[in-house]
Ligand binder design. Structure first.
Ligand code: AMP
Ligand code: ZN
Length: 458
């Protein structure tokens, strides 16, 4: 199947060709754990979740690494403000992040490496860059990457460096740098850093943020891997600098496809911790919104379009999620054991593999469900159609996770219900009762209604 993704680096949609057949190596920039992540962050994490689920659905084995940024200016500042050890702060927000991932039904990464566990690896990469003359040590013991040492700096963010104003130097107060755009690989210790420092050949200090991701991505996925993601604010300087460091240090290609999701806005402004216009996942759940509705809001527009968060969108999402759960429940009564899909399913998958066109895929799904509902209302739905409908919804749920947990009936249970329906058709009441008992033992109740048998978790 031909999959196409928009590559920020080439600024066009490209046919996705994995480096290793059948496998995808995926790195997604994780949270900076100095505060509770907000729903804006989760727009990016859910885009990445959908990307991973689509790759898995079409048959790829995905190795997914998401880092935890547990040392940087913000985490240190927070620890200082609260007069706590750095790891007290970062472990608290890492646990909360994991809780939110779970609450939003985001599939966990295979690995969540933390920056502070990889300082030695970072020192090694920085040493190579100094040896290769791509980096230099400043008077205070900080190490900077020299962007003049490579000829393609700016290629990801499409920067025209010649037009860059020299006044940046003064504003940034970076007088020890050769070029104002040179960025820190290693930051020499300052008083504000308190007890946060590591030994290095250049004196005590800590790594720069970009270095963390260059090291952790290549350590776990190899020097050259398939896809690297983040939000658009990561393009520059973070990902641009990652490319510069990794390519210069490793002398290989680094990432094939760079994918970035647009921002979630709150009243036309980027939702961000620094602007204070944020909503966290527990706040939204406490307000009565379900995880499924929150996922729906974030998935219902294309990941490369800006999205405004609003109560209207949450209302629409609630209704859409209700509709899909309702029809799924109605179909449960008419379970049969088929395994073919309706024609619309192919169109649905085609939309998803065309740069994750989730709004189009949802449109196809909901048009199909409307027709299905009409047939149920008119008592015109055949068993075959019902089983196709169930399969389609289940597959769509593998991507979107809209079904409320209690309505997701595992295959093993669905098969027992279907077997029991057959027994009832044959008037084999003894077998039907035995199957009801077996279901009960497994924690599922079946109820026989005029519409057929309904099954739900006890
Ligand atoms: P941070 O914790 O600030 O490092 O951000 C974690 C991820 O969330 C990064 O990939 C950011 O690009 C992304 N992000 C931050 N704010 C937003 C937003 N308002 N909308 C979408 N993604 C965001
Ligand atoms: Zn990163």
């Amino acid at each position: 199947m031909e999959i196409r993704f928009y590559n920020t680096l080439t600024r066009k949609k490209e046919i996705f060709k994995p480096i290793n057949k059948g496998k995808v190596s995926l790195y997604t920039c994780g949270p900076t754990v100095y505060n509770r992540a907000h729903i804006g962050n989760f727009r990016t994490f859910i885009f990445e979740d959908v990307l991973k689920r689509v790759l898995q659905l079409v048959g790829y084995n995905v190795k997914h690494v998401m880092n935890i940024t547990d040392v940087d200016d913000k985490t240190i500042k927070k620890a200082h403000e609260e007069n706590k050890k750095l790891n007290k702060i970062t472990s608290k927000y890492t646990s909360e992040f994991m809780e939110d991932l779970q609450a939003l039904k985001i599939l966990p990464a295979d690995l969540f490496p933390a920056a502070t566990d990889h300082i030695q690896n970072m020192i090694e990469m920085i040493s190579i860059l100094i040896e290769n003359k791509n980096a230099y040590v400043a008077d205070d013991g900080s190490v900077f990457f020299s962007i003049d040492s490579i000829n393609d700096y700016g290629k990801l963010a499409n920067l025209d460096l010649k037009r860059q104003k020299q006044t940046d130097r003064v504003a940034a107060d970076e007088y020890t740098k050769d070029n104002p755009r040179d960025f820190a690989l290693w930051k020499a210790w300052k008083v504000e850093d308190g007890d946060v420092f590591w030994d290095s050949p250049w004196g005590i200090g800590r790594p720069g943020w970009h270095m963390e991701c260059s090291v952790m991505s290549t350590k776990y996925l190899g020097n050259h891997f398939d896809i690297h993601c983040g939000g658009v604010d990561n393009i520059f300087p973070h990902h641009e600098n990652e490319i510069a460091q990794s390519c210069a240090a490793l002398g290989t290609e680094f990432v094939n496809i760079w994918m970035h999701s647009e921002h979630l806005n709150m009243a036309d402004e980027k939702m961000s911790k620094s602007l204070g216009n944020i909503k966290t996942i527990p706040e939204l759940l406490d307000d009565g919104h379900s995880a499924e509705s929150l996922r729906y809001v974030l998935i219902s527009s294309h990941y490369r379009s800006k999205l405004s968060f609003s109560s209207n969108k949450l209302d629409d999402a609630r209704k859409a999620v209700h509709r899909i759960n309702d029809i799924y429940n109605r179909l449960q009564g008419i379970i049969s054991d088929g395994n073919s899909f309706p024609n619309e399913y192919d169109q649905f998958i085609e939309a998803l593999v065309d740069d994750l066109n989730t709004p189009k895929a949802l449109g196809i799904l909901f048009n199909y469900l409307k027709e299905l509902n009409r047939k149920i209302d008119n008592d015109k739905l055949t068993d075959e159609e019902s089983s196709r409908g169930i399969l389609f919804i289940k597959k769509a749920d593998e991507i979107f996770s809209f079904l409320k947990d209690k309505t997701v009936i595992p295959d093993e249970i669905a098969k027992l219900v279907a077997k029991r329906n057959e027994a009832r058709k044959d008037k084999n009441w003894e077998l039907s009762d035995l199957l009801r008992e077996e279901l009960k033992e497994k924690g599922w109740i079946v109820e026989d209604t005029l519409d057929g048998s309904k099954c739900y978790s006890a």
